[in-house]
Write a protein that binds this ligand. Sequence first.
Ligand code: 3UK
Length: 545
Amino acid sequence: MIESAHIDTFARDSLPPASAQPEFRFDLPELHYPDRLNAAAELLDKMVERGHGERPCILTPSETLTYGQLQERVNRIANVLVKNLGLVPGNRVLLRSANNAMMVVSYLAVVKAGGVVVATMPLLRAKEIAYVIGKAKIAIALCDATLAEEMEKAKAAAPSLRKLVYWGKGGLETLMGQEGYETFAACDTAADDVCLIAFTSGTTGQPKGTMHFHRDLLSVCDTYGRHVLRANARDRFIGSPPLAFTFGTGGLVFFPLRVGASTILLERSTPDDLLHAIETYRATICFTAPTAYRAMLAKREGRDISSLRKCVSAGEALPKATWEAWHAATGIRILDGIGSTEMLHIFIGSPEDDLRPGATGKPVPGYRAKIIDEHGNELPANMPGRLVVRGPTGCRYLADERQKNYVENGWNVTGDTYLRDDEGYFWYQARSDDMIISAGYNIAGPEVESVLLMHEAVAECGVVGCPDAERGQIVKAYVVLKSGFSGDAVMTKSLQDFVKAEVAPYKYPRAIEYVANLPKTDTGKLQRFRLRELAAASAGAKLAS
Ligand code: 3UK
């Protein structure tokens, strides 16, 4: 057994028992890491040692940091954590900020000092922040001063939090400036010491803390990053996901640093902001969600985004229509990929030269995936069933009963229904609990959504099952129309006929409701459970009237 560097053993003690963990596989030579490994030293110090010190690393509207400058700042905050805030290896540190340079500096400083990062979405409210502090037993927090109001309320509600320092108003900056703080020897952590607890955005129930090791941060770079994304040191990464969402940390921190590239950080990243910044910074690789690609298509008139060479989409299924429209407009073949907070990053997704528009792709080298039935038996090609995966990363919930729902016989059960075709490509159907069952037919809401999105009037849509006395459920679509179209009976008929002409007619939405926007999570995912609640409420009202 490798000896842990953790003096505070809370994270290690809260790991699920080995029998409840998935089986971890290290099937590629690049995944054979040394026993002693510090991910921050590996991602940053190694790059400086290899001569990248003068290269640009972080670009923001207010500053540019080279690898060398980033290293010095990381050392300064690591010293503050240890010398001023009393951090010992294994302590959790709460980080709160929009995507900016200090957030990345703080993140890497915690990892370098042997602490455990708990980054939270900027939009969280005091109650949600206090839950995280309590669950992960956090005593130290670093926070952007612009988020002070909610942070103070959370502190009042979370007694374990003892030290809270803000940046942006001088508090942290003053501490960092102390003499002798410019160097810091990385904590000699074990490859399997926990360095990150990432909380799920929790569509139902309390958020779950997923624990990841130092080696996991490198594993995602050396699987997806190396074999699918294939970035290089000249790349400039950009994107919208928050750094507290592992889709964002991978795409905007781990992957660029692993290859010596630079990363553009935006505090605000609406589709307009993103387009503007791609043009300004000549970004080459973009990470965002399907909705944002659609919105950028509608707004790209007059913008020069020709610097882009790669685009990654995750978080939700990328409809074929969106893939094709983006390809027609930019010539870029979007890389769809499914990842999860539990798995840390993308585990199915194919490079440009081996993808199928509309499919998620093939398992990322280093991962295996299969489709199983309700009893756990593997299904043959073209049969929809439950997706399970395993590889170098996997689910380890922080003291959570729900571990048993995500891990079955050593495989991670993502909760998605997929099918694998004869060529080995994986096609997303729906979240397993989102399947609509209408008059005995199984209907995948996302398939109907992807058809509706091909209609000229549809900007966004969400399709769910609505309780129905006769059919059990009917297919109901919530539709946001593009400007200039109106949601009347003629439109409803046009949308219904359109769906019937594209896919098996039993899938058409018998009910359509027009809305101004759709409910989304902080990570930009459509909240189908909210639409289901709305649908159930309106059906109930109808029955009562
Ligand atoms: C869904 C997808 C279809 C799927 C994530 C990339 O989304 C991420 O993590 P979350 O924990 O959600 C996981 C769930 O989201 N999903 C994600 N990507 C796709 N469905 N096609 C896709 N391409 O239901 C999955 O189980 O929020 C994504 C990297 C890191 C991440 N954490």
